[in-house]
Ligand binder design. Sequence first.
Ligand SMILES: Nc1ncnc2c1ncn2[C@@H]1O[C@H](COP(=O)(O)OP(=O)(O)OP(=O)(O)O)[C@@H](O)[C@H]1O
Ligand SMILES: [Mg+2]
Length: 333
Amino acid sequence: MKIAFIGKGGSGKTTMAALFAHHLNRTQQDAPILTIDADINSHLAKALGLDSGPLPPPLSSSESADRLKKHIWNNNPRISKAAEIKKTTPPTAESGFFWLVDENNLLFQDFCVREGQLRLARVGTYESEGIGRSCYHNSLAILENVLSHSISDGGFLVVDMVAGTDAFASSMHAQFDVLVFAAEPTAKSLAVFNDYARLAESAGIADRLYAIGNKALDSDDRHFLASNIPQDKLLGVLGHSRHLRSVERDETEFDFDQMETETKEAMATVLATLTNNVSSYNERLEQLHRLHHFYVAQGYVRDRFGDLTNQIDESFDFDEYIRRNRDSYGPNA
Ligand SMILES: Nc1ncnc2c1ncn2[C@@H]1O[C@H](COP(=O)(O)OP(=O)(O)OP(=O)(O)O)[C@@H](O)[C@H]1O
Ligand SMILES: [Mg+2]
């Protein structure tokens, strides 16, 4: 299952992604949990308590991206050189994958810090040579490849997303079973939610978008959120947490038990929603195919690489592929 936490800057994406990962860690005994920090300023490691040692290498450094691309390329005959691997390049039966149930998958081995079943990878920051002529979208491209080639069955993939509606400028929005919007009780935050809802509608993923209210100070705030977000979309409202505040001040260590009951209940509701909303890999692959057509039709891609639509293998049955190969990658393999 794959879930992303999205929203305006400072709205609580990282906090919610971390709270949800903590909830999973407590309730899903043996399931691997991969959290990915997609933000340029990495804060998720601290929020997860995984920041005591060195951070893992960022996925977007050119060395990391080369290795990850080589892995997904595998022996896919539809790709003749690494530069042809675009952010929308879809998986085929010959691609290399990241199976979360495979302890030895490349992501886990070389790009994660770990404590128990909880792992963290991070997209990372600009490379020094990219400053001034690269944008963060280039860095996020490798995340798109990683997401489209990750098989999360038997585990959980939780992404702390970049702020704003950037996900719709890429294939990112089509990569998850559920997207949870961190909604502050402000007009600005709800305007971003409405933007997201509109874009989700036109991208055909409106049924995957939900919200959690955050930092509600009083009943007015709660009323404001409840009257602006459809009831079936609002998975809970979190008040301003004293515990989070004192963690923030370095007065105490984070302890999930110290979180307010409404927070724990909201996280349980997120899990139930995720469990009830698992979309098929074929459905998401079909969306990726559409986005790939769109992306590679752009002049600058066509001029440089020719027709890359032949990277699409229409006959690839992703769900069937997973069923067939599941046992060879499971914990009992
Ligand atoms: N419910 C809450 N109670 C108290 N403090 C909170 C709550 N939610 C978030 N915070 C605090 O608000 C700040 C912003 O939260 P967070 O970092 O999770 O937001 P973000 O959306 O990830 O921000 P950015 O866009 O910068 O990545 C943090 O200091 C966090 O500790
Ligand atoms: Mg953040």
